[in-house]
Design a binder for this molecule. Structure first.
Ligand SMILES: [Ca+2]
Ligand SMILES: [Ca+2]
Length: 100
């Protein structure tokens, strides 16, 4: 069954390459536009989670341990007024806080 294993490995490689095609920085804050996929100037929980998931997948592919997974910010951490969306200002405030 060596051939099957090889084929499976190839598929993984292709998958990883496709993911790298749209690479996000795995470190540091992302710009608002990276989150706001539909360009409506707000980040929904869905958009936020999609990016978070993408970053986690990338890190996993790079063989990095998700050391910060426990303390990575959640949507609710950034949505400070709890209206279910993240505005540019809320993201900025959050990212500035993190830098300090
Ligand atoms: Ca959006
Ligand atoms: Ca908000």
């Amino acid at each position: 069954m060596k051939t099957l294993k090889f084929v499976t490995a190839c598929f993984y490689l292709i998958g990883a390459t496709l993911l790298i095609a749209e690479t996000l920085p795995t470190k540091g804050p992302l710009p608002f536009s990276a989150y706001d996929k539909d360009n409506n100037n707000v980040i929904t929980a869905k958009e936020f989670d999609a990016i978070k998931q993408q970053r986690m997948t990338q890190k996993a592919n790079n063989g990095k341990m998700m050391r910060n997974v426990g303390n990575s910010p959640t949507f609710l951490d950034i949505d400070t007024n709890n209206d279910g969306i993240i505005t540019k200002e809320e993201l900025q405030v959050h990212q500035q806080k993190k830098d300090l």
